[in-house]
Design a protein around this ligand. Structure first.
Ligand SMILES: Nc1nc2c(c(=O)[nH]1)N[C@H]1C(S)=C(S)[C@@H](COP(=O)(O)O)O[C@H]1N2
Ligand SMILES: [Mo]
Length: 371
């Protein structure tokens, strides 16, 4: 009977072949997100043993890995929704539990689905700089990532026979116009969300950046601002009163004029925010290395950078030895040839290669050599 065909076709989309076809893209996305997430976590909160080994090259490394992290996370949204739709009849199968083994399998799927939805949602909301919950974002996103990866591995192991059987399309199981439409539609949805958001870190696509919270070019001095001087309580900063204090074996204090008299260097480096936007600029200022040598810092010392900001999580950052002594790491006074605007950290801010934006401390007041 012809009327039955559409229903049967739809039912055929809720099958193992569709689940496998979408699932492997989903799996690849989870792997990319997890690996780039490990990189971001390692650069942002490195354990002590990792500090001396953190690479400063490639200069754009963090920009690329974090851009990929956020772009892939966004692409997971349509993939997750289609995958859930494809397996929906199984999620609501009746009776809910048939055996102990079945109960265990369902429990693991429940963990997988809730961890995946929550993890992607938290990340997405973070890219929009919206923190509507009482818990801190990073530790929760980090812990959930491990739950998600563990649950994914378990799921792949349990489903291995199904995945193997349906990895390739069977001759007896033609693609059919319905499945082709579903997969093409999914691919198109992934393409649209990627193309309309990736411009926040990938300049060639910036004109298509319709859905991203940021457009890197439409902002002060060509680089977006996360926290303004007013928000940091530093709108009234007076340049003549500002001093840079360098604490080390031979401590010293510099005025802005004094800092301007030291050898100036220019480096083209990106600000790469964990929230997924990034933008490059030409930064000019004094090498942190020169300040460290003048303070008599022992070679290979780490450095703590302290902002004038009195509160907030990003007022202090640590430069690991490779970054502290890198010739490209600057205490920047200028951006693209102009004096830093108050929002970009006037009179001085840190800029270092291959480093998350949160650590590129603005409104620097003190640099401390750590032993
Ligand atoms: N003192 C201080 N420095 C800071 C921040 C801050 O809140 N306070 N925000 C950081 C974050 S999250 C980013 S992404 C960059 C953004 O730099 P920009 O505003 O110059 O683009 O500054 C970093 N430096
Ligand atoms: Mo940031």
């Amino acid at each position: 009977m012809p009327e039955e065909a559409p229903a049967r076709d739809r039912a055929r989309l809720h099958d193992a072949r569709t689940a496998t076809a979408v699932g492997r893209w989903l799996g690849a996305g989870v792997v990319v997100c997890f690996v780039t997430g490990l990189i971001s976590h390692g650069l942002q909160t490195p354990p002590d043993w990792l500090m001396p080994h953190l690479p400063t090259r490639p200069v754009q490394g963090y920009r690329v890995s974090q851009g990929l992290h956020v772009a892939t996370g966004i692409a997971l949204v349509p993939l997750l929704l289609v995958k859930l739709w494809a397996v929906r009849p199984k999620l609501f199968a009746w009776p809910p539990v048939r055996s102990v083994r079945h109960a265990a399998e369902r429990a693991s799927v429940a963990v997988l689905v809730s961890a995946a939805l929550l993890e992607v949602f938290l990340g997405l909301v973070n890219t929009a700089q919206w923190y509507p919950w009482p818990f801190p974002f990073r530790p929760v996103h980090w812990a959930l990532a491990w739950v998600l990866v563990g649950a994914t591995l378990l799921h792949v192991a349990v489903k291995a026979p199904d995945i193997a059987a349906h990895w390739r399309r069977q001759p007896a199981d033609p693609l059919g116009p319905d499945r082709r439409s579903l997969l093409l539609g999914t691919g198109a949805a992934v393409g649209v969300v990627t193309l309309t958001t990736a411009g926040q870190s990938f300049p060639p696509l910036r004109r298509l950046t319709l859905l991203a919270p940021r457009r890197p070019d439409a902002s002060a001095q060509g680089v977006p601002v996360n926290r303004t001087a007013a928000e940091a309580g530093l709108a009234g900063l007076v340049a003549a009163e500002w001093r840079l204090e360098v604490v080390g074996p031979r401590p010293f204090v510099l005025t802005l004029a004094g800092l301007n008299e030291l050898p100036q260097h220019t480096a083209r480096l990106p600000i790469a925010c964990v929230e997924g936007w990034s933008a490059s600029a030409d930064w000019t200022g004094v090498r942190v290395r020169d300040l460290l040598e003048r303070a008599g810092a022992p070679a290979g010392a780490s450095v703590r950078v302290v902002s004038l900001q009195s509160r907030g999580g990003y007022r202090v950052s640590e430069l690991p030895p490779p970054h502290a002594w890198d010739a490209l790491t600057l205490l920047a006074l200028r951006i693209n040839g102009r004096e830093l605007s108050p929002d970009h950290g006037f009179p001085a801010r840190i800029i270092a290669p291959n480093r998350p934006g949160v650590l590129q401390t603005k409104w620097v007041g003190r640099i401390e050599v750590l032993s």
